[in-house]
Design a protein around this ligand. Structure first.
Ligand SMILES: Nc1nc2c(c(=O)[nH]1)N[C@@H](CN(C=O)c1ccc(C(=O)N[C@@H](CCC(=O)O)C(=O)O)cc1)CN2
Length: 298
């Protein structure tokens, strides 16, 4: 299907995890201890349970210490903030991640901003968002960082390219735009109120779709030869697979887009696996900064 090169995020993430494992081994040999990552899950959302399980598993596989905290859905904001304070003070913990979404009775940004910015391996703290926006030394959100690594791997320098980001969330759209600007791209951020969204997308050498709408970006929105990064992970009905069956699709209509794009990430197997690999990378970086260790080449 299609002529575009398929960008294999699953394989790239596996390679990155391998390099992280080797780097962690080196840190252990040199400094006698390993980085530690604490992951906090509130409630029983099935997808979040899978992501948290995978984060713990991949942390251990890379040789780092993993601390899992699973709290009941009815946990109060106060109890969660107390746990964050304890993790901030724990010298064995280099990275803290609170799995999103949180239950409605909890103010997510208040919780994220309670994390010590130096342990904020999700890069969601307002201090890290500010550092990224102003060219400082930020811990960078994992999904946009994963997109950037895939883009650099395919294109080398991104300087001077016109990048269009569809979506303006704090978790993906805004940090993605800031990262692309840092790479000297010309960046357009589009959203639900953008006039002529297909026309804006057609101007993109690099198109990043992070809007959360299944298969919204069509092939005729894409400039021939463009590199398309699909951040969407949407579960939809798949009657062709049988009654009640579902499948994952991205924000890009892969069938039509892969006939026009030069390269494209698939869903699943594109950006998704990069998210956890970049979390492990950020944990190594947070540990090195906090403990005054030399950051290994990754
Ligand atoms: N605190 C955070 N919460 C959430 C984040 C985040 O970065 N930090 N991102 C998402 C969920 N997420 C990690 O937490 C995540 C999503 C998807 C994948 C992934 O590997 N997806 C696979 C498909 C998985 C499937 O079959 O369901 C793929 O795309 O190939 C990893 C991590 C929201 N919450």
């Amino acid at each position: 299907m299609g002529t575009a090169e398929i960008i294999d995020g699953k394989a790239f993430a596996a390679g990155l995890r391998e390099r992280i494992g080797a780097a962690v081994g080196g840190l252990k040999a040199k400094y006698g201890t390993v980085p530690g990552l604490a992951v906090v899950l509130v409630g029983e959302d099935p997808a979040s349970q899978v992501y948290v399980r995978n984060k713990g598993k991949q942390t251990l596989e890379s040789g780092m210490a993993s601390f899992e905290h699973k709290l009941d859905a009815s946990t109060s904001e106060e109890t969660l903030l107390k746990l964050i304070a304890d993790l901030n003070a724990d010298p064995a913990v280099d990275g803290i991640l609170v799995q999103l979404p949180l239950p409605d009775h909890i103010d997510s940004q208040k919780v994220l901003d309670a994390i010590d910015p130096e342990k904020d391996v999700d890069g969601f703290h307002v201090v890290n968002a500010g550092r990224l926006a102003t060219g400082g030394d930020a811990l960078v959100p994992c999904t946009p960082l994963g997109c950037l690594l895939l883009l650099r791997d395919r294109l080398g320098s991104l300087s001077g390219k016109h990048a269009v980001v569809v979506g303006r969330s704090n978790i993906v759209g805004k940090p993605m735009a800031a990262l692309l600007l840092r790479e000297s791209c010309t960046v357009t951020v589009t959203h639900s109120r953008t006039a002529d969204l297909p026309g804006e997308c057609r101007r993109a050498d690099i198109l990043v779709a992070a809007v959360g709408r299944p298969e919204m970006v069509k092939g005729d929105w894409i400039k021939p030869g463009a590199t398309v990064i699909d951040v969407g992970i949407n579960r939809v009905d798949a009657p062709e697979k049988g009654d009640g069956k579902t499948k994952l699709v991205g924000d890009v209509d892969f069938a039509s887009a892969s006939d026009v794009a030069g390269a494209i990430t698939p869903v699943p197997g594109g950006v998704g696996p990069m998210t956890i690999a970049c979390l492990l990378r950020n944990t190594v970086e947070a540990a090195c900064r906090r403990r005054g260790w030399e950051m290994p080449e990754l």
